[in-house]
Design a protein around this ligand. Structure first.
Ligand SMILES: Cc1ncc(C[n+]2csc(CCOP(=O)(O)OP(=O)(O)O)c2C)c(N)n1
Length: 356
């Protein structure tokens, strides 16, 4: 029986390999060798620190706003690792992990949140689309790109990230429907982090799982422990292989938790209690991976310090490099909407200039 049959969402089972205590589920083995596991753990250390720095920079007024990943590292690192050269990532707005995994320089990522659109320009050969702030619209882009690739005969897959809240958007359902009909090579990765700003998962949908929404559209869906790097990699890898070989799309629901605020613009203590957060703390994706590596003799405090030190140095440099890039002129906000600025845009530009 295939993984997707075995874990059909209607069976109510969530796929997990690495338990929170760092041990493997009976009968399961790690899909990654020791070196790969250590390398991906190091990536997660880097991403968590780069994320914390972003939050600090926003608090210091050096970023406009920021949507932290904190807690969702395994979802993004595990899934992006399953891609190959030529594949594409379509992020929402919380995807520092997937973005860096694909090779976007941290400097570029920081530049975007500093308000410089140049940060959205991916270097040649790095297939990451710009941040999508409108919730869920990127699902359509990912399906369109996958369909184009299919028509051209390119063996490319697209991986699109979105949250539990996005599954209530029409865009998501249109994208899922189209992907199912045209069997596009698209992986829909829903990071169910339990909240859409202040709206809890229980009020988002009456469906038992988000993964089961795939059934209505005629393709595979699977619920996976989103805090388990091994399980996330395994299901994404399977979905990628299926998509690449013409088997069509998959919906993956990564069950995870957002430890931080939605963005720097909200205060989560207003809508969730310590009692709600408590049970998630021991499920932190990095804690279990550390326990696993420690058991194998691959992790100790010294290893952690070395990784942290190396990461902080690289992050310091990225901040310096991003802040050294001159800010574009305000005119650029209006200049490129159309080939020529329309009268209302000219008026808006003049108004903005008069307020500065
Ligand atoms: C079309 C649209 N409607 C509303 C918003 C405001 N908004 C920004 S994020 C968000 C919630 C998104 O929740 P979810 O999809 O679960 O993703 P998460 O933030 O949890 O990663 C909302 C309503 C928006 N950006 N775009």
């Amino acid at each position: 029986m295939s993984l997707f049959e075995d874990y059909n969402p209607l069976k109510g089972k969530m796929f997990q390999i690495l338990k929170p205590d760092g041990m493997l589920q009976p009968g399961e083995k790690s899909p990654l060798n020791d070196q790969e596991t250590l390398d991906l753990y190091q990536k997660m250390v880097f991403i968590r620190l780069a994320d914390q720095r972003a939050l600090m920079l926003q608090r210091q007024g050096r970023f406009g706003t920021y949507a932290p990943i904190w807690g969702q590292e395994a979802c993004q690192v595990g899934s992006a690792y399953a891609l190959q050269k030529g594949d594409w990532v379509f992020p929402a707005f919380r995807e520092i992990g997937a973005t860096l995994m694909m090779g976007i320089p941290l400097k570029n990522f920081y530049l975007y949140w500093m308000g410089n659109e140049m940060g959205s320009r991916a270097p040649e050969g790095i297939n990451v689309m710009p941040v999508s702030v409108p919730v869920g619209t990127q699902t359509l882009h990912a399906v369109g790109a996958a369909w184009a690739a299919k028509l051209k005969g390119h063996k490319v897959v697209t991986l699109v990230f979105f949250g539990d809240g996005a599954t209530s958007k029409g865009d998501f359902h249109e994208a899922m429907n189209f992907a199912g009909v045209f069997k596009t090579p698209t992986i829909f990765f829903c990071q169910n982090n339990q909240f859409a700003i202040s709206v809890p998962r229980s009020l988002q949908t009456a469906s038992k799982t988000l993964a089961q929404k795939a059934i209505a559209y005629g393709f595979d869906g699977i619920q996976v422990d989103g805090n388990d790097l091994f399980a996330v990699f395994t299901v994404t890898n399977e979905a990628v292989e299926q998509a690449r070989s013409g088997g069509g799309p998959t919906l993956i629901e990564g069950v995870t938790f957002r430890f931080g605020p939605h963005t720097t613009a909200d205060d989560p203590t207003k809508y969730r209690t310590e009692e709600e957060i408590g049970p998630w703390k021991p499920l932190d994706p990095m804690v279990r991976l550390r326990l696993y590596l420690k058991e194998k003799g691959l992790w100790n405090e010294k290893v952690e310090s070395r990784m942290t030190e190396e990461a902080q140095k690289e992050i310091d440099q990225a901040v310096k490099d991003a802040e050294a890039v001159p800010m574009p002129d305000v005119e650029e906000i209006f200049k490129y909407v159309f080939a020529e600025m329309t009268p209302p845009l000219k008026e808006q530009l003049e108004y903005l200039k008069s307020t500065l």
